[in-house]
Design a protein around this ligand. Structure first.
Ligand SMILES: [Zn+2]
Length: 214
């Protein structure tokens, strides 16, 4: 697997800090499980964060139980750090995706135009889904109110920003309106996360949006 499109440093840093919404954290974890380069960068971020913590004066003096308990209570409310050991990959699905699937194969639902999806998780802070797009098929043109992260697991897709093959991740933000087209040959299977609903240009997809839940 030759990966050409990597995670931006700011996303790796936020992931290391445990501050990403779960939808994005799943995509970041999945890419990192496939990519030596981003995995090394994550290790560097974690090392740097550890060095900062080590350089701080102790937060409480040993023996001050009240302060210690207050500190532990605050840590309980902190965002959860990435899981240390996701399950083993299953075919094209990396461990973090297998975890999101609950260890079973995807249950595809039709979206129209031959596109199928399974929504893995969805809450007020965004959603993460698997998409199965037949070769040569276009996803209706859309822009974003937030951020969209797409990781290719099999096949490929292309849009105005470039060509994305297995392992590549595309980061599309508010500035980008795009109409990705799956490459020829094999279906494009990808993992996509958003933190806000997509905005479609053509009328029909906009009408279908509530039904498609995207
Ligand atoms: Zn990478």
């Amino acid at each position: 697997m030759t990966i050409r499109h990597h995670l931006p440093a700011r996303l790796i840093r936020a992931y290391a800090a445990g501050s990403l919404p779960k939808s994005f954290a799943t995509v970041v974890a999945a890419h990192i499980s496939l990519c030596d380069e981003c995995r090394a960068q994550l290790a560097a971020e974690e090392f740097a964060a550890g060095a900062v913590l080590d350089s701080l004066p102790p937060l409480y003096e040993p023996g001050d139980e009240r302060l210690r308990e207050a500190l532990l209570a605050r840590l309980d409310g902190a965002p959860h750090l990435p899981d240390e050991a996701p399950p083993a990959p299953m075919g094209i699905f990396p461990g973090p995706v297998v975890q999101a699937l609950g260890g079973r194969p995807p249950r595809w639902r039709r979206l129209g135009g031959g596109i199928r999806q399974e929504i893995l998780a969805r809450d007020a802070r965004g959603s993460v889904r698997l998409l199965h797009i037949p070769p040569g098929t276009a996803v209706p043109e859309h822009s974003h109110s937030g951020l969209e992260l797409t990781l290719v697991l099999a096949g490929s897709f292309g849009d105005a920003t470039g060509h994305y093959g297995a392992g590549d991740v595309e980061v599309a933000d508010e500035g980008l309106a795009h109409a990705p087209v799956a490459g020829p040959g094999a279906p494009c299977i990808c993992l996509a996360a958003t933190d806000a609903p997509l905005r479609f240009r053509p009328l029909i997809p906009r009408l279908l949006q509530p039904l498609m839940r995207i």
